[in-house]
Ligand binder design. Sequence first.
Ligand code: PMP
Length: 387
Amino acid sequence: MFESNEMAREKLLLVPGPSPVLPRILEALARPTVSHVGPEMVRELGGACENLKKIVFSEKGEPFIIAGAGTLSMEMALLNVVGPDDRVLVLSQGYFGKRMAEICRAFGLRHDVLESEWGKAVLPEELAARLSERPYQVVACTHVDTSTGACGPVEAYARAVKKAGALFVVDGVCATGGIAERMDDWTIDIVLTAAQKCLGTPPGLSVLVLSERAVEKRRSLASVAAYYSDLLRWLPVMHDPAKYFSTPCVNEVRAFYEATRVIMEEGAEARFARHDLFARAMRAGLAALGFGFFTDQRFLASTLSVVAYPEGVDDKAFRSTLYENGVVVAGGLAQTAGRVFRMGHMGNLTAEQVLLALDAVETSLKTLGRAVALGAGARAARGVLGS
Ligand code: PMP
């Protein structure tokens, strides 16, 4: 257990995942370890599955909650629906789109990549044009690429993919539970995600929802190059957690169930609106403090900001000073390293935490010798929050 002074020293975690975890979710994690096939798991894994379907607006989809992380979710999604005769089109707008293609390569899945410039996303008309050039059985996209802060136009992609008759896989690791993903209405076949971002649970779970069509596709494949990752082996467990395939991470599932209850209490639509509001507030505050944004305006995601430094602010010095002032953010990935910092504003964040983060940014700039108008960041954010 934490000593109370240790708890007081805990930083506000604003990396773009994991997001801060509410005490009631941490408490669920610390509840007793129960039998993986006992009544508690039947209730809590079962309840988490039901709630998960509501979060992605899927009536008849099949949810899967399995020990792992986002990358395993990506791998599971592809391995379970891409057959030897299929071809995948990967829409890539950054680091995690590249990863999707790397997974295809690692398993010898035939694929092409349609790539956008960093900070933007592939346009729906570019996708439609590609789909009319050659047949694809599966299209995979990243909803929000955490490297660039760009949000792909998933609903418009879905329309193009449906027209082409392909299966549509969405990497929602940095979006699910924070930005709408309406599986049934939009026709998405797989939403894959992880516990630690907009869902607000500690890292440790691969989370997927498959449409009926995606499950049928898996059934149509004689075999897949997977054992633990073969979703058909997990399906009976997700229908009835009293059945055994491989021991679920009981405590993490208990925490995840609690996290889905938090989301149900807030309401999915209210949660999406809150993410949008906090993103606008945070960006107004950062802009007032002299920062710019890496992501193209048209594609700004509400779950994180990729923040460009003003002339003369050193990345390492800024982030370590901000850390000393109580807030943890991440550096830029690949080509953006040193030029930006990445700040998550997702999950169970509060308006107070948004304001606190802006105050810490302001204090850090001052420590580094920049002239900033006192309280300018929080004031701009308050203007958006209406508080
Ligand atoms: N996809 C996206 C969009 C992500 O942001 C991440 C993690 N940052 C992943 C996939 C991989 O998830 P994990 O680190 O949990 O394996």
